[in-house]
Design a protein. Structure first.
Length: 163
């Protein structure tokens, strides 16, 4: 009887190989390899594989039921607070600013026309009045300049020449 150096079990047969655990006894394998090479010097030693061990069957983890859904206790929401609203009233300061800088007034009108329509309207009015007054003044200046040039030219042509 032989005893395995790895698992310690008793077995019969080849003293270098344990049929229980598949281990190879070192001293016996050395002798066996020498004998194999002495008989067949041109062949390789076949690889030693442990005996086939079947994997345990797949076990599904036990079913764990999720705890039932628990809704948090009802809490009364705080009263709804609206954000402070911007006061919408016609603004004279923006109207004057828009009068002197009509492009600024037009931009402010575009920005505020939905949120604060009264303030936007005052900016738009200031810009519009400024554009109308500037146009009228420009036309009057051109007319006066033309009349002045016409008077000068007419006076030069009708005046007697003194030598």
């Amino acid at each position: 009887m032989n005893y395995c150096t790895r698992c310690g079990k008793e077995y019969e047969g080849d003293p270098g190989f344990c049929p229980e655990c598949g281990s190879i006894n070192q001293s016996a394998s050395d002798n066996r390899t020498e004998v194999f090479y002495a008989q067949n010097p041109y062949q390789q030693v076949p690889p030693q594989q442990p005996p086939y061990q079947q994997a345990p069957p797949y076990q599904q983890p036990p079913y764990q039921q999720a705890p039932p859904y628990q809704q948090p206790p009802y809490q009364q929401a705080p009263p709804y607070q609206q954000p402070p609203m911007e006061v919408d009233a016609p603004n004279t300061g923006f109207a004057i600013l828009s009068f002197f800088f009509p492009m600024v007034g037009f931009v402010l009108w575009l920005v505020w026309k939905d949120k604060t329509p009264l303030k936007a309207k005052s900016c738009g009015k200031g810009a519009l009045i400024s554009v109308i007054i500037n146009t009228v003044v420009s036309v009057l200046i051109v007319i006066l300049y033309a009349v002045f040039i016409g008077v000068i030219v007419a006076s030069e042509t009708s005046a007697p020449i003194y030598y």
